[in-house]
Each structure stands twice: as structure tokens, then as C-alpha cells.
Design a protein around this ligand. Structure first.
Ligand code: SF4
Length: 405
């Protein structure tokens, strides 16, 4: 493996933490350049057009990378996790193989840990590596929460983003060079720096809970920086975390082990889940006092919210988006944004159920935003109307609570 170079697609900043954790354990990993218009152009030219949007950028990113000076296909390993079930993500690996072969890039290996066994590791230290990757993912989720809860109130424009970037770099350096203890120290340092940030502490904006397809909701290029658009219209955004997906895969593995009577598997997954929770607590402790949305609702409770709208046994991200939207509504947000790529099956399912969910949750404002790589000018108009509704909703709920107390 030492002669190889592992390329990670940039879905979101969590990729940097993951690559750092891999390098810590001797795997030569690097994150590819963020997707851009060129990735999209290449991806769309090579695909058939029936694929979902993240597929275009993933294929475009690696082909773009292959055109960089010094790229050696024979030494390249593309990191592309996979899953089973009805979502098309399970087919990305096979499609990528075909398309790369067609491009004369058949020497590129594809490395695909699977959600089926909740990504049980790879490399020479699979368990330790998986846990360090988890620690990094939690750290980035928390830094992003800090960014989203501070940026709308910053006194000096741009300061929060610059601080976030610096903290992300420090976290990655800590993961690569040090490990667990150093990563917690990086979070302590982040807490101190965000504490010192100049913000308008008395101001409170309507909060928008963002759920939806995991790639799109975390990827600023493909979602056209929707969090910033909401902030520009006077809102604050809370984004469903990446860590919820890992807890969800643990839950799936637990349920399968229970159903199959596999006691050893069951105990192993429970132990892993428990360790992940402990790591989450360690990483959260330094920054929790600075966050209103600090604690993640346990995944079993999130998924339990799906009834009566959706059977979680059907799986897919729909189970998470529905449950998390309801969780956000109970936390008191003023609107829900459901982000989905055009023709995304789980996303479309959630959009179809949104009327029933709204009906049962005080008619909370809800906007489905579907992306298909068109410069969607109408998104701005719809967001403006949505934010007006969110402000009205917040006013109404304040009155309801005042009358009830
Ligand atoms: S969740 Fe939707 S967009 Fe994402 S891979 Fe599956 S079908 Fe495609």
C-alpha cells in the first residue's frame, strides 16, 4: 500500500479529517480538489443522464484528477464507500469501474468499505483507524455547528469562516500527527477561539433545520451554498450531521444481527456503538457550552419519529431525513429545508410525505429544494417566501407558548 496513493472525493470537509486519520495509520491518502463546474461537465459527458447528481461530480472529480501532472493510474486507489439497498449509491462503484475503464483508467483501483457492516475498517489497524476517522468526523461536525451558530451574528464579515478554516486545519494536523488526545486538545483550542469571536450575542434569528441527501446537504458547490443564502435572508441554519449516518449504519447492523440471532455480531456492534458515543462525548465536552444545538438525539429516537409516515425497515436516507426533520421541529426550529438531487428516490419520498409531517407539526414551514445542475434562479424567490413564512411561524409559536404559560 505504501507505493499507492489513496484519493478521496471531496464531499465535504470531513474528507480532510478522514484523510488525516488514514495518514496517521500509514495510508497515503489525499483529498481530491473540490467539485466544480469542470467536474460536473466531465461527469455529465460520461454518464448516461439517468444517474443522480452526486454521481456526476464523483466521476468528474477522479477523471479531472487523472489529468493532473504527475498522476499515475497504476498507483492510484479511489476511495468510494458503498452500500446495499434501493439507493443508487450502491451502484456508484460498478458504474465508476465501467467509466474509468472506458477512459483508459483501468489501472485505478477502487476501495469500497460498505455500510452493510457499518464500515468495518481497512488497512493494518482497521479498528483503530475506524475510530480515529470517527473522531475526526465528529470533530468536523462540531466545528461546522460552531460555524453555523456563530456566522449569522459575526461583527466582522468573514471572521467566522476564517476561524473555522484554522480550527479545521488544527484538527486535521492533530489527527495526523497525534491522535485521540491531540484531537480533543484541538477542540479545546477551537472552543477558546470561538469564545473570543466578536458576535452580536443579543440577536436571535429564525432557525432553519436542514435535512436531505447527505452529499448535497454537505457539499456547497452542488447545493449552491444554500446555508449562506438562508443566512443572507436573515436565518440561521442547523444542518443534520454526518455522524447521524454512522449511527444509523450501526443501528442497521444491530437490527440485522438481532434478527439473524448472531450474538457475537450483536455484541461487537453494541461495543463499537458505545465507544463511538464515548468519543463523541469527549470531542463535544469542550465546545458544548458554546452551542445551542450541541447534543445529537439518539439515532433510535430519531428513527422512531418515522412512524406513522415511513417504515424505517425500508432503509435509505429517507428514514433519517423524516426522523431528523421531526426532531428539529421538536427542538423549536422555525422551518425545514429538505435538500435533494433531481430524481433522488429517498429525497423524493421525503418530499412526498412532507405535507403529512407538516400537518402533524403545527404546519411548520417546509421547503423541498431539488438540484439538477441548473442555475436555479427560482430558488432565491422560493427561499425568500420560505423565510417570510419562517418568521411568521416563529412569531405564532412564541404567542402560543406565551398563552400556554
Ligand atoms: S440518496 Fe439519492 S442522490 Fe444520493 S445516491 Fe441515493 S439516489 Fe442518488
Amino acid at each position: 500500500m505504501t507505493e499507492k496513493r489513496i484519493y478521496l472525493p471531496y464531499m465535504c470537509d470531513h474528507a480532510y479529517a478522514m484523510a488525516a486519520a488514514m495518514r496517521h495509520y500509514g495510508l497515503p491518502a489525499q483529498v481530491m480538489a473540490e467539485p466544480d463546474a469542470e467536474s460536473m461537465r466531465i461527469g455529465k459527458a460520461l454518464c448516461l443522464g439517468k444517474e443522480c447528481l452526486p454521481c456526476f461530480t464523483c466521476i468528474g472529480d477522479i477523471v479531472k484528477q487523472s489529468r493532473e501532472p504527475g498522476f499515475d493510474a497504476a498507483r492510484a486507489v479511489l476511495f468510494m464507500p458503498t452500500t446495499a439497498g434501493p439507493c443508487r449509491f450502491g451502484q456508484y462503484r460498478a458504474l465508476l469501474r465501467i467509466l474509468l475503464d472506458e477512459q483508459g483508467l483501468d489501472a485505478i483501483e477502487i476501495m469500497s468499505p460498505t455500510a452493510e457492516n457499518s464500515y468495518q475498517g481497512f488497512g493494518e489497524h482497521p479498528v483503530k483507524l475506524r475510530l480515529l476517522i470517527w473522531r475526526g468526523a465528529v470533530g468536523v461536525d462540531l466545528l461546522q455547528k460552531l460555524r453555523h451558530e456563530h456566522r449569522p451574528y459575526e461583527v466582522n464579515v468573514g471572521e467566522t469562516d476564517a476561524l473555522y478554516r484554522a480550527c479545521l486545519t488544527e484538527l486535521c494536523e492533530a489527527l495526523e500527527a497525534g491522535g485521540a488526545r491531540e484531537a480533543v486538545a484541538a477542540m479545546r483550542q477551537a472552543a477558546a477561539r470561538f469564545q473570543a469571536l466578536s458576535i452580536r450575542r443579543e440577536e436571535r434569528r429564525p432557525i432553519i433545520g436542514m435535512v436531505g441527501e447527505i452529499y448535497l446537504r454537505h457539499n456547497p458547490f452542488t447545493n449552491q451554498e444554500i446555508a449562506r443564502q438562508v443566512e443572507a435572508l436573515g436565518g440561521e441554519v442547523w444542518v443534520a450531521t454526518l455522524m447521524e449516518w454512522f449511527y444509523f449504519t450501526n443501528l442497521g447492523a444491530l437490527n440485522r444481527a438481532r434478527a439473524g440471532g448472531k450474538i457475537v455480531e450483536l455484541l461487537k456492534t453494541r461495543a463499537t456503538d458505545g465507544i463511538q458515543e464515548r468519543i463523541e462525548r469527549e470531542m463535544l465536552a469542550p465546545v458544548a457550552p458554546l452551542l445551542r444545538n450541541a447534543h445529537e438525539t439518539p439515532i433510535a429516537e430519531v428513527v422512531a419519529n418515522d412512524a406513522p409516515y415511513y417504515d424505517p425497515d425500508l432503509g435509505t436516507e429517507a428514514a433519517l431525513s423524516i426522523g431528523k426533520a421531526i426532531d428539529f421541529a421538536r427542538m423549536g426550529v422555525s422551518g425545514i429545508l429538505n435538500i435533494l438531487p433531481f430524481s433522488c428516490m429517498p429525497g423524493t419520498t421525503v418530499a412526498g410525505l412532507s405535507a403529512a409531517i407538516r400537518r402533524d407539526h403545527d404546519a411548520i414551514p417546509w421547503l423541498d429544494v431539488m438540484y439538477d445542475d441548473q442555475e436555479a434562479t427560482n430558488v432565491t424567490t422560493r427561499l425568500e417566501a420560505f423565510m417570510y413564512q419562517a418568521r411568521q411561524y416563529r412569531r405564532r409559536m412564541k404567542m402560543v407558548h406565551a398563552m400556554g404559560s
